[in-house]
Design a protein around this ligand. Sequence first.
Ligand SMILES: [Ca+2]
Length: 390
Amino acid sequence: MRYLTAFAATILFAGCALAQNFNDRPPNAPNQTPAFENQTRAPALRALRLRREAVVEGLEHPWGMAQLPDGSWLVTERPGRLRMVSPDGTLSDPIPGLPEVDTESQGGLLDVAVADDFAQTRRVWVTYAERTPENFTSTSVASGILSRDGARIEDARRIWQQTPWPAAAHYGSRLVFDNDGGLFVTTGDRGGLDSRHEAQKLNTTVGKVVRIDPMTGEPMGAGIEGAMPEIWSWGHRNMQGAALSPDGHLWTIEHGPAGGDELNRPEPGKNYGWPDVTYGEEYDGNPILEGLTQKEGTEQPVYYWDPVIAPGGMVFYDGAMFPDWQGDLLIGGLQSSSLVRLELEENRVTGEARHLQNIGRVRDVDVAQDGAIMLLTDEQNGTLFRVTGR
Ligand SMILES: [Ca+2]
């Protein structure tokens, strides 16, 4: 009897620990206070046990994925390869025809996207690190046509290029189509103590959300006076996740400093603070500039993490397999090594769960046609996982 009681208590304790452990970790910046309730450390939700299968293993640092109408997936590998994964899990050879990619440091082939009319147009978009003749680098966007047999990309050309900078870090970048004919591209601040200040300048596209015409790359930004015409929002650090919400609004997630990852709902023409106003601190523990977390004229994040999760891609769940999660935000956690799920209400976070703990560095997350959740782990031996339920 005593044994059974102790056993039951252990199970109960383990259950509690599962739900709460990530909120018990000490913050990097304990003296900072959120601007409103549940802006950080929202109530921890139970992490259900989820069933997962590896669709493909042996991907080298996969970064982005996009589903095609026949249920196959285009997947990028950072060393510069685009591949197709068939519904039966067959991995294609690298698909040639994309522009040359610079693979130094955090560069490489990054996101991939297709539009709703792919079945007719076969058009594909990618983001990648590009090296300029001056030996600077930029986040660039190219578009081309996937041949009918899927063997090559044809007529690929660069349609947009970020203001180049002499660094090889913080490239962003995600591609998101909106419902009004625009293509959002998220960029990064290029990772330097000098370059970060470019995020506050409106004559560069460093540290910005930009919006362009997906066919021509022409600017379709917020129309900010005196700004580059493709800028949508500014003051961002390194956005590797972006998604359109069910009501058609752009949301982004960015790698912050230590203790400062943040989720935003970027409004056109607004300043999201970096580096002048931010949660968190430098990696060495010093404050960032004046250490401000709030300031007139800058927008607060919807949510922030301290300590960080290191967010990759994200998606709003829309599918039949997890009806309770309809409209929830699913986020790939690199450092958290998990699938992070946020429950939302009126554009605020009401709860946070961490699923599939220790699955690996989740760089991208998407939803398959049947409602399964697809995850990409960014490892030397990376995996495309399919998550199908309990
Ligand atoms: Ca911010």
